[in-house]
Every structure is written in structure tokens, then in C-alpha cells.
Design a protein around this ligand. Structure first.
Ligand code: ATP
Length: 303
């Protein structure tokens, strides 16, 4: 059997004059936790809706295990829509059982699954309450339960972490990691880049409807610039000016943050710093996903 991969291949979409997606392409493999990030309006929700089949693409194809995705496969996707989609007046437990039944589970299995997931997600005590009586964070936990009760083979979640308290973030993170560990491809969008960096095996950065970077955070960083933090308390402000391949980015107290170009020699930087007196810190700083993201977005502004 072909590998259990969700592939978005060359998907394009316009809304009237607005080009929402331009040949969007990426794949999420079995057991992979994939973070989908991009500015507001970049095209994340549109991509997810097309993967789900609630929106039709103008061009391109969505595949599962090498074959164009079918209605039957789509029934096995666990989806958490951005606009959420629960019936406010229906009780939590009844609603989840109903949704699980819609996906083909027997009543007995649906009940068991609802018990299990509401317990895991900390909303078991709310099963007899109407959805509208729950706080937004708890509604979101129920929404995640709705995506999980039918034991999906693929998970597609649109901003599942927005509005959650830190405990709920931990619960959600644990569930997504467990699902990935079971072999489910998990793709979720988020603006919380620290979380994406911590959780995801790979990250896709979307800009203007196109995938502009897609790799592990480690590899994305490797292509980025290297920053060096030097603390030389007795150094005059200009101590690093004129060093080959080095750009002074900022001074923070007695620290200087330097950007090293390909021609820079970090040992020459260290010698220059030591020539001014003691050096109390000399460290390479890895770019965070937030910095990588900002670079991509500023390229957009410059383009
Ligand atoms: N129903 C619609 N009609 C017209 N334009 C739309 C519609 N839905 C989305 N768009 C446009 O398509 C583009 C992509 O929107 P989309 O919602 O996919 O972005 P997003 O990356 O999910 O954004 P956000 O982070 O703000 O949720 C935007 O320019 C948006 O204004």
C-alpha cells in the first residue's frame, strides 16, 4: 500500500478577483505533526477547506495515499474548522455522539468514544450542558473532541490553540502528539509560533497563497543568518565596526548582537572583543521560528 500521506498538489483558488491560493503544494506524512503558518489572509483556511472538500479548488489535486481524495476518505478526516461548528443549543454529550454516528460509528462505540475523549479533554463534567453555556475555551475542547470521536485517520485543525489557557494548550498539545505517534498525519494552523516550533516535526510558511518555506525548523534555521551575542563590558560602542563580514545589529546594555555573513570569522570577532578587555559572553544565537517568519514576511513587504 502507498504511504499514508496527505498531499496538497498545485492547488489554486480564486474568490472573484482575489487570488487566495497559487499552486499551493506540500505533503504531510503518517505520524507527522505539520505546522501551517502565515500572515492573516495568507491562505491557510482556504487550503484546509479544500483538503476537506467543503470548498472546490480551481486547479490542483488533494491526494491521500497516492490517490485523489474521495468522499469516503474525507469521512475519515478529523476537522476543526476556524469558525467552529457546534450547535449552541444541543447538549455536549448528545452532540458528540451524533457527530460520531454521522461518521459511521455504532451508538455503543460512539458513546464510549465520547466518554473517553470528554474525559481526556477535561470536559466530562459538562456532557449534559448545552454548548452555549460553556466558556469559549471549553467549547474549543469540545470542538477538538468532535474532530476526534470518530477515530480519524487524518487530522486537519484550523487554529486549534487560539484562545486556550496554558493548561488547555498542554492538553491539546499532548493529544496532537499522541495522534501523530499513532501514525495519523496531523496538520494545524497557528499564529503561536513558539508552540509550532516546540511541537511540529515540519513547518510550512505560507505567503500570498503560496508555500514559501517548508522544512524542519532546524533546516529552515540552517539557511538563515547567524547571530552572535558578545558581552564585552569595557568595549567602546564601535568595537566591532569594520570587522570583515560582520554587521552590528544592536547594542543591548553591554551586549552587542552581530550578524555574521558567510565571509565572517567568529574567532577574529572574539579576538577583537578580547582586545577591548574581558569578554563575559560569546554565544551563537539560533533564529527562532518567529524571526524566520518575520524575515519571510519582510521579504513580502520588500517584494
Ligand atoms: N469567502 C470568501 N470570499 C472572498 N474572499 C475570501 C473568502 N474567504 C477567504 N477569502 C480571501 O482569501 C484569502 C485567503 O484567506 P484565508 O482565510 O484562507 O487566509 P488565512 O491564512 O486562513 O488567514 P487567517 O490567518 O486570517 O485566518 C484572503 O485574501 C481572504 O480575504
Amino acid at each position: 500500500m502507498a504511504e499514508r500521506r496527505l498531499e496538497i498538489d498545485g492547488v489554486s483558488k480564486r474568490y472573484g478577483d482575489v487570488v487566495a491560493l497559487r499552486e499551493m503544494t506540500f505533503a504531510v506524512g503518517a505520524g507527522e505533526l505539520f505546522g501551517f503558518v502565515g500572515s492573516n489572509g495568507a491562505g491557510k483556511t482556504t487550503t484546509m477547506r479544500i483538503a476537506l472538500g467543503v470548498l472546490a479548488a480551481d486547479a490542483g489535486v488533494v491526494r491521500w495515499a497516492g490517490e485523489p481524495i474521495t468522499l469516503e476518505t474525507r469521512r475519515h478526516i478529523g476537522y476543526m474548522p476556524e469558525e467552529r461548528g457546534l450547535y449552541p443549543k444541543m447538549k455536549v454529550g448528545e452532540q458528540l455522539v451524533y457527530l460520531a454516528r454521522l461518521h459511521g460509528l455504532s451508538t455503543e462505540r460512539a458513546r464510549r468514544s465520547v466518554e473517553e475523549w470528554t474525559e481526556r479533554l477535561g470536559v466530562a463534567g459538562r456532557r449534559d450542558d448545552e454548548v452555549q453555556k460553556l466558556s469559549l475555551g471549553n467549547q474549543q475542547r469540545v470542538q477538538l473532541a468532535a474532530a476526534l470521536v470518530h477515530d480519524p485517520t487524518i487530522l486537519v485543525l484550523d487554529e486549534p490553540f487560539s484562545g486556550l489557557d496554558p493548561v488547555a494548550v498542554d492538553v491539546m498539545s499532548g493529544v496532537l502528539q499522541d495522534k501523530a505517534a499513532e501514525g495519523v498525519p496531523v496538520v494545524f494552523s497557528s499564529h503561536q509560533l513558539d508552540l509550532v516550533e516546540r511541537l511540529c516535526h515540519r513547518v510550512g510558511i505560507v505567503r500570498n497563497g503560496q508555500m514559501v518555506a517548508c522544512d524542519t525548523v532546524e533546516s529552515l534555521r540552517a539557511g538563515g543568518t547567524v547571530h552572535l551575542v558578545v558581552d564585552a563590558p569595557q568595549a567602546p560602542k564601535q568595537w566591532a565596526d569594520g570587522l570583515a563580514g560582520v554587521t552590528v545589529k544592536e547594542h543591548v546594555g553591554t551586549q552587542t548582537v552581530l550578524e555574521l555573513g558567510p565571509a565572517a570569522d567568529d574567532q577574529a570577532v572574539l579576538r577583537a572583543a578580547l582586545a577591548t578587555g574581558p569578554v563575559t559572553e560569546f554565544s551563537r544565537r539560533r533564529q527562532s521560528l518567529t524571526e524566520l517568519f518575520r524575515n519571510v514576511v519582510s521579504e513580502e513587504v520588500a517584494a
